[in-house]
Design a binder for this molecule. Sequence first.
Ligand code: S3P
Length: 425
Amino acid sequence: MIEIQPKKRLRGILTVPGDKSISHRGIFFGALADGVTRLEKFLFCADSRSTIGCFSELGVPVDIQEDTVLVHGRGLHGLRAPKNVLDVGNSGTTTRLLTGLLAGQPFTSVLDGDHSLRTRPMARVMNPLSQMGANIEAKDDNHCPLTIHGRNLHGISYTLPVASAQLKSALIFAGMFADSETVIRETHPSRNHTEQMLLHFGGKFRCENNVITISPQERFYAQELAVPGDISSAAFFLVAGCIVPDSELLIKGVGINPTRTGVLDVLAQMGADITLQNQTTAAEPSADLLVRSSSLRGCEISGALIPRLIDELPIIAVAAAFAEGTTVIKDAEELKHKESNRIHAVVTELSKAGVDITETDDGMIIRGGAVCGADFEAYDDHRIAMAMAVCALGAHGVSTISGEKCVGISYPSFFEDLRRISEEA
Ligand code: S3P
């Protein structure tokens, strides 16, 4: 358990850890490339270590040197049959992307993870993959452990029933090993890191009007790349900087891929004082984000915005609790299927702090007002732990957070960074 006192002000310069989605995908593409891929500013956390562990088991050596990983690629057809169960830990991204990749390999693999991972829905990936000819067994036809009997796959034309980059990416990886074209339609675009990295490693696909067409690939070439900071991690400090009075924080080198910047759009709409500096224009662009204390106002968040900020909704709900007026979050049913049921977790925890908040089927309604300290729980969910820690910084009175160690899933040094900017106050 950790105790958090409200803060008078936050000051300092921060570099948040590397982007989790990009770090995972760097290992995937590095493994399938010819040569040694070098990933700098890689995110070392429990989830990315799960991906590294799985690929080591698939015959891909990965060396770790400080904040860099070297992936000794085996080429497109070089993965080896695993001798042991592939341990995906808590990582939904590892599980779903690997399921797509392994469905078309000439061997059988078994994937399993922790208690929370075993509750995450996998039928969404299994259904289109079985249309492609895959043979996957799962507990209740939906949950891990998954046994994937690799098969020859054929291309399909498929409209994603949920806006999910994990599902889209699973189908892209499967499509690379199918014997004909795979066409994937998205209603609302989700993060496109898989597509960006596919191009970067020398692969090919077409994308027009949210329709992706992918064919078997010839060859991937090893790359050197630096992972930008994770905007999902930066979001906690953006909101902290807004809600704690007299604050000024500079968060350096944060990834601002437009498919991920919904949180910046929403905070701007809420009246946040956030400035972008030193923007780069790479395929995965980045910027330094300067945030100052702000008077926030409520807003509505729905539709195409949701996939662009899906992981930031818990911390956006915290911002809404400190805002004037009402915030309505809709079309976010997917939040129920994350590391915890995040709609229920956020509503339960913010209610403890005296926030006027209502749970709905696909989101929540938050009426901003006074927020008091409370004894928060983390639900074994890193983003709930960090969102409540930020809430505690701006609340009246002391708070505690139990189960806070789960921040190691995505941001092992979160509390250290928080202390540093608080001590500088
Ligand atoms: C991710 C996609 C999102 C996100 C997750 C990471 C990815 O999940 O919530 O944290 O790296 O592709 P969904 O694709 O299931 O929405």
